[in-house]
Design a protein around this ligand. Structure first.
Ligand SMILES: [Zn+2]
Length: 104
């Protein structure tokens, strides 16, 4: 079962995520106008996305689809980060750094 190789599956997920992300370019353009850079587009003040939904520029359905996608991307990047941290720890251990006990 070559297709079930986890590495291959991950690459496919990334490709999908990137092309999906590109299809939401218009959403990104609106989101860039949010007052806060880390805006979650919920009830935050100065949210350009909420304003766009209210005046009909953006459909609520599209917004929900975007949130789903965003959640998936976040999960993927968290997993990637975790992987990188693990690699970093291994390297530090090899260097026998005494700063290790202080954690990250
Ligand atoms: Zn926002």
């Amino acid at each position: 079962m070559l297709i079930d190789n986890p590495g291959i599956r991950e690459v496919h997920m990334w490709t999908d995520a990137n092309s999906l992300k590109a299809s939401f370019a218009d959403f990104d353009a609106i989101a860039e106008q949010c007052k806060f850079h880390d805006c979650k587009h919920g009830s935050d003040n100065g949210c350009a996305v909420q304003a766009a939904i209210e005046d009909g520029t953006l459909s609520k359905e599209r917004f929900i689809n975007y949130l789903k996608l965003d959640f998936e991307l976040e999960r993927l990047s968290q997993r990637k980060k975790k992987h990188e941290v693990t690699l970093g720890r291994r390297n530090r251990r090899e260097l026998k750094s005494k700063g290790d006990r202080y954690g990250e």
